[in-house]
Design a protein around this ligand. Structure first.
Ligand code: AMP
Length: 146
């Protein structure tokens, strides 16, 4: 095995724990929040999409500005007055990528191809934090620059 392929396999089998943004720093909403609250959090945080959690701190999905705006799209205008009557649970995306804290970097890299962020859970499926595609790319970049 060459030094390059040894380094590559070390990178790929590395665990993702060092790259996780901890849950305290992650903007999120809850299932029963109304859409006006979710939109406020999305706009104030500047993120396009954020995780949705339940009362037990488990990840149930993610919600984006696009899903919110799409849900209030009337025939001729955005029906903004409906934002308060619709809950996050009704419009969120519930099929989302998840990984455990001990997942390998290789698995995270593959998962990130189609997703800007991945939710990370512990062994009891409680929310630990997120892994962003940019942090994965930054590590790949460091690897190639060395
Ligand atoms: P980034 O790679 O930093 O641009 O993040 C990619 C995506 O991950 C963002 O568009 C958000 O959807 C999500 N994200 C990143 N950081 C946070 C955070 N602190 N809280 C909530 N969502 C985040």
């Amino acid at each position: 095995m060459t030094i390059d392929s040894l380094k590559q396999s070390q990178l790929m089998s590395k665990e993702i724990s060092d790259l996780i943004i901890s849950h305290e720093k992650v903007a999120h909403v809850q299932l029963q929040n109304p859409l006006d609250h979710a939109l406020l959090i999305l706009i104030k945080s500047g993120y396009t999409a954020i995780p949705v959690l339940d009362n037990d701190f488990r990840v149930r999905g993610q919600i984006s500005k696009n899903e919110i705006l799409d849900s209030i799209l009337g025939l001729e205008r955005l029906e903004i007055e409906r934002l308060h009557d619709i809950t996050v649970e009704t419009v969120m995306k519930n099929k989302i990528p998840r990984l455990k804290t001990d997942a390998t970097f290789a698995k995270a890299l593959t998962t990130s191809i189609n997703h800007p962020f991945i939710c990370i859970e512990d062994e009891k499926t409680s929310f630990v934090g997120i892994l962003t595609r940019s942090s994965i790319l930054a590590l790949v970049n460091r690897y190639f620059q060395q």
